[in-house]
Design a protein around this ligand. Sequence first.
Ligand SMILES: Cc1cc2nc3c(=O)[nH]c(=O)nc-3n(C[C@H](O)[C@H](O)[C@H](O)COP(=O)(O)O)c2cc1C
Length: 180
Amino acid sequence: MSAKVLVAYATKMGATAEIAEAIGAELRAHGHQVDVCEVRQVQSIDSYDAVVLGSAVYLRRWRREAVGFLRKYAEALRQRQVWLFHSGPVGPKRDDLQPMPPNVNRLAHRIGATPAMTFAGRLVPEHSKGLIARRMARTELSGDARDWKLIAAWAEDLSAAISSLEANSRHRPGAQEAPQ
Ligand SMILES: Cc1cc2nc3c(=O)[nH]c(=O)nc-3n(C[C@H](O)[C@H](O)[C@H](O)COP(=O)(O)O)c2cc1C
């Protein structure tokens, strides 16, 4: 069963955008209609059945524009299927789960979303923005830790969940059946 899905992301150095694109590609491969979009470019979520939101993590916080998106669309998100992910851990702690920042946790609770999935990130000199990032990218933290198999597997699970929820909502008593 196909659904219309928005994959919105917030990034500073591009790594989270590529994760969002990979999630979008996997969902498309499973037959869903998907838009992958930088979070500030989103004008409305009215036409989407499900929303995936991902943010890069800096100093244990989500990007401001991703938090703004959750706030702005909280009511509309409450009526949709929503999945969250965040991306950050690099270096020796690449496999550590990143805790939900308290403000994101509160908003996730408000919209009924489960805690964010953690994906490892990327920190390399050629993509680093700012002096601190460039310095960090020359330490043991340097490298691309993104696990594309894990990302694809997560997106595949989402696809199955979206399909089954869509099918259930179509077969709810009183739900409108599509015309034959
Ligand atoms: C200054 C700075 C602070 C960071 N803080 C965190 C952090 O608190 N937690 C984390 O998991 N990763 C942290 N990271 C790693 C980034 O989240 C990682 O590089 C991520 O993949 C960047 O995503 P982006 O390219 O989409 O901006 C930090 C990186 C920098 C440069």
